[in-house]
Design a protein around this ligand. Structure first.
Ligand code: KIV
Length: 272
């Protein structure tokens, strides 16, 4: 809290302090100006412009078709709505897998053109050199393990990861590797509670879970899922804090009815 009673701006050192003080990190996705403004004012610490926007905003079946242009377009709007939170942008599928050089160029482009404060990449040991290169250029990197949606076809669906011992061991190792490569935070998606707890305890950097239990250093949810605004597929770990689809549908129903009946606009909404 500042002297004026305002919440301090979030940056890397605030995030590090939060882990050392055992203060939970609240993170949420947002993809445009109004929602970023609302979640920022509501006190989230990190806004993720996730490539989940491909599904919940653009209507694709997966995150794979999302482009650099999509991410830049949405992140620019989210940044304009944000005053306090740290804004992180997802690197879309195939923008960082081909080579470290191409990944660095794309990470730089995302930072320059969108105004984000850092980037997120999915994967472990296979992208460690890429993380190193991006961090060395001064760009904060968030890592992402467990269910990594860009690999949905390789994983055979949106399933819990790390249930078997060899998988769990590999995830523990990957967590240490991405930390060593310079990631400042690790997302754990769809991971058993015990494994997420063990990974969290083994790292100096914070973990933020989505379907990974309460033992992580923070939590993240997709905004459209938790507001009940996207109901095509709702994972078990999503808690619905609102029922926006129902509210919007009934508001628009009412509007259509009033237009048809000529009861809107009334005197109060007309000029004399
Ligand atoms: O794209 C996204 O929104 C994400 C979160 C689910 C962590 O990666």
């Amino acid at each position: 809290m500042s002297k004026e009673g305002k919440l301090n701006k979030i940056n890397l050192s605030v995030i590090r302090d939060m882990k050392s003080r055992n203060e939970k990190i609240a993170m949420i996705t947002a993809y445009d100006y109004p929602t970023a403004k609302i979640v920022d004012e509501a006190g989230v610490d990190i806004i993720l412009v996730g490539d989940s926007l491909g599904m919940v905003v653009l209507g694709y079946d997966s995150t794979l078709p999302v482009t650099m242009e999509d991410m830049i377009h949405h992140t620019k709007a989210a940044v304009r709505g944000t005053e306090r939170a740290m804004v992180i942008v997802d690197m879309p599928f195939m923008s960082y897998q081909v080579s470290c050089e191409e990944a660095l160029q794309n990470a730089g482009r995302l930072m320059k053109e969108s105004g984000a404060h850092g980037v997120k990449l999915e994967g472990g040991r296979e992208i460690a050199d890429t993380i190193r290169k991006i961090v060395a250029a001064g760009i904060p990197v968030m890592a992402h393990l467990g269910l990594t949606p860009q690999s949905v076809h390789q994983l055979g669906g949106y399933k819990v990861q790390g249930k078997k011992e060899p998988e769990a061991k590999r995830m523990m190792e990957d967590a240490a590797i991405v930390q060593e490569a310079g990631a400042f935070l690790l997302i754990l998606e769809c991971v058993p509670v015990k494994l997420a707890f063990e990974i969290t305890a083994s790292l100096d950097i914070p973990t933020v879970g989505i379907g990974a239990g309460v033992g992580c250093d923070g939590q993240v949810l997709v905004l459209h899922d938790m507001l009940g605004f996207y109901d095509r597929f709702v994972p078990k770990f999503v808690k619905k804090y609102a029922a926006l689809s129902d509210n919007v549908r009934s508001a628009v129903n009412q509007y259509v009815k009033e237009v048809k009946e000529s009861t809107f606009p009334d005197d109060a909404h007309s000029f004399r």
